[in-house]
Design a protein around this ligand. Sequence first.
Ligand SMILES: C[S@@+](CC[C@H](N)C(=O)[O-])C[C@H]1O[C@@H](n2cnc3c(N)ncnc32)[C@H](O)[C@@H]1O
Length: 260
Amino acid sequence: MVMNTHSNPRITLVGAGPGDPELISIKGMKAIQSADAILYDALAGKELLDYAPAHCTKLNVGKRGGCVSHQQSTINELLVHCARKYGHVVRLKGGDPFVFGRGYEEIIYTEQRGIPTTVIPGISSSISVPALEGIPLTVRGINESFWVTTATLSSGELSNDIKLAASSSATIVILMGLQKIQEIMEIFKRHGKQDVPVAVIQNGSLASQKVALGRVDTIVEEVLQQHMASPAIIVVGEVVKLHKKFESEFFIQMAMQASL
Ligand SMILES: C[S@@+](CC[C@H](N)C(=O)[O-])C[C@H]1O[C@@H](n2cnc3c(N)ncnc32)[C@H](O)[C@@H]1O
């Protein structure tokens, strides 16, 4: 694509955390402070860019919200191009680069082209966003595991793992599932889980963070009423009951339904 102009091209994949810039690691911050170029995602906190050196080139390669939607192949090529041109490239990704972040694909691509690439893990939305709502993913005596699954496959279809998850007693954390929440809740109902508590959390860690609470058979209505939007995660499991507003909101919903 371009002549190799930099003597020491290298790439660091940095997990930025769920959105609040203060949730990046110290190591991730140090990488930003030594970056010659940063390629950042839509879900990475933009305030982090302020910590880059003045000469640093900053490129938004987000797949949502921006003016341009970048294909993964274009991002891969840009990474190599920028490393050769500028030197140290930080690839700043939302959450953790290896949790539905395509980080591994980027490493394979860049290393095959001779660019040393390292990863600095980030705090994934899958575990941090429930915590920020006061929902523990595991509680002794309530559950023994948690699953993190995507709802949506690259084909756009619903992941079959949702069916497997629905048959377990684990806490289920579903990413990229808001558009399919009705279909997902039908699966849980088919497994007799209509009363299991559910939380949908939008914009976790940001000032705009909000939550919809309900049960498998009520959450879709709640999501519609509260105009919940992406990015959001869905948490299904008995631990959701521990949310400090759970019972009161649930009883208000029940009372409203009874009065209709
Ligand atoms: C492509 S995945 C990337 C996940 C990321 N690598 C991580 O570890 O959090 C994007 C999905 O993560 C979830 N997500 C990411 N950040 C979020 C946030 N701040 N609040 C709620 N959900 C979030 C949403 O389900 C969103 O559709």
